[in-house]
Design a binder for this molecule. Structure first.
Ligand SMILES: *[C@@H]1O[C@H](CO)[C@@H](O)[C@H](O)[C@H]1NC(C)=O
Ligand SMILES: *[C@@H]1O[C@H](CO)[C@@H](O)[C@H](O)[C@H]1NC(C)=O
Ligand SMILES: *[C@@H]1O[C@H](CO)[C@@H](O)[C@H](O)[C@H]1NC(C)=O
Ligand SMILES: *[C@@H]1O[C@H](CO)[C@@H](O)[C@H](O)[C@H]1NC(C)=O
Ligand SMILES: *[C@@H]1O[C@H](CO)[C@@H](O)[C@H](O)[C@H]1NC(C)=O
Ligand SMILES: *[C@@H]1O[C@H](CO)[C@@H](O)[C@H](O)[C@H]1NC(C)=O
Ligand SMILES: *[C@@H]1O[C@H](CO)[C@@H](O)[C@H](O)[C@H]1NC(C)=O
Ligand SMILES: [Ca+2]
Ligand SMILES: [Ca+2]
Length: 316
């Protein structure tokens, strides 16, 4: 390893630590403003909305909040093991896995609001994610926060903190997922094949239109071990922040960071650099001196939202 490489590594770590989601980046939540949902396992509640939320082209007036990291329309969904989309239910999955808040392992906060501070924070986030769209003024915003939640069965040794924000002006609708810096520490419950919150069937992150021929959008890493690092990935170049437009027939991901952080499948081939995560960005991989790289050394962010090729590895 030479000095230039170490410097690059240091700078990229520094950059990453600045552009992450601390608790102060979350939308305001708490006992004084929100309804809470605590000391439960697979339960659900709902909010009747003051303004319809348009999702995959359909108006919904009620949103169900399911304890297991999942929102749904039409009905509550109590499934605790994530299933691969497409599914018949209409779903928004910030982190669908077996949350268990019994024994005081966390709280789920939720509320609907049109407070001006929230509406302007949403406007800023939408402007960040969709810089070419006209300004957005939400009529209503739903904020659901899973704060330091444990996992089935009654485990509190590892806790997750994440938030899901729904915003609509009656026409355009957006969903924002926020994952706390270092805030995702388990991905599976004991009844989903996991042990100590790891392994088994991991959490799913994405959107599902529902119905007979459902369309869906899965965030890369869903239902894989990689989902434990979701607080380090992004589609807007802020680690842990994901922003989507959801009212059209297809989910629209932010064009500013479409590929997310490039993946490093093998520990022995490290990512030397990547400029951005937008379309046409490049990620360069390298090996230590004396080793040869097997596979492509440069991957390009494609408009499909995937890095081209697959991660390389190193051999003597
Ligand atoms: C929510 O809306 C449904 C259907 O319109 C109604 O039956 C129910 O009473 C409402 N619940 C609350 C808490 O407002
Ligand atoms: C949804 O409701 C709005 C009014 O809130 C209406 O203008 C719009 O046409 C409806 N859209 C659909 C797809 O039903
Ligand atoms: C779903 O797709 C099948 C096969 O393409 C088709 O026969 C069916 O009519 C579709 N159903 C709906 C509700 O669109
Ligand atoms: C992008 O990668 C995902 C899996 O991570 C895969 O399901 C999808 O088909 C890929 N898309 C394209 C266009 O290659
Ligand atoms: C990416 O590069 C291709 C080929 O050079 C070009 O056609 C396309 O417009 C570029 N896309 C963006 C978003 O820059
Ligand atoms: C990233 O770097 C590559 C190679 O230098 C360059 O071709 C590409 O345009 C850059 N992309 C962005 C988005 O800066
Ligand atoms: C690097 O990792 C790959 C995949 O695990 C392995 O096949 C390869 O032998 C490793 N190379 C070295 C030099 O350890
Ligand atoms: Ca549960
Ligand atoms: Ca993590």
């Amino acid at each position: 390893m030479n000095l230039g490489y170490l410097l690059l590594l240091f700078l990229s770590l520094l950059l990453q630590s600045c552009l992450s989601v601390p608790i102060s980046r979350f939308y305001a939540y708490g006992e004084s403003t929100d309804e809470t949902f605590t000391n439960v396992d697979d339960e659900s509640t709902f909010l009747n909305l003051t303004s319809n939320f348009v999702f995959y082209g359909t108006n919904f007036s009620t949103v169900f909040i399911n304890n297991n990291g999942l929102l749904s329309f039409n009905m509550a969904v109590e499934g605790y093991t994530s299933e691969p989309f497409p599914l018949p239910e209409t779903l928004i999955a910030p982190f669908w896995a077996d949350v268990d808040t019994r024994r005081g392992a966390g709280t789920v906060y939720y509320r609907e609001t049109a407070a001006s501070a929230i509406v302007s924070k949403v406007a800023q986030d939408i402007a960040l994610a969709f810089p070419n769209q006209p300004p957005f003024t939400a009529k209503t915003v739903v904020i659901v926060t899973w704060s330091e939640v444990g996992y089935y069965e009654k485990n509190d040794d590892k806790l997750n903190t994440f938030q899901c924000v729904l915003a609509t002006d009656g026409g355009r609708s957006y969903v924002i997922f926020l994952y706390l810096d270092d805030g995702i520490n388990w991905v599976t419950g004991d009844a989903s094949g996991g042990k100590d919150g790891i392994g088994g069937t991991e959490a799913y992150v994405g959107f599902n239109s529902g119905g007979q021929n459902a369309t869906y959008f899965a965030v890369q890493g869903s239902r894989t071990p990689a989902v434990i690092d979701i607080e380090t990935t992004s589609n807007v170049e802020v680690a842990g922040l994901w922003i989507f437009q959801v009212n059209e027939a297809e989910i629209i991901t932010s064009p500013i960071g479409s590929c997310g952080t490039p993946d490093q499948l093998y520990a022995n081939a490290t990512i030397l650099s990547y400029n951005t995560t937008t379309v046409n960005s490049t990620a360069t991989y390298s090996c230590e001196n004396g080793y040869n790289l097997v596979g492509v050394s440069v991957r390009t962010c494609q408009s499909s939202g995937n890095w081209s090729g697959s991660p390389p590895y190193c051999q003597i």
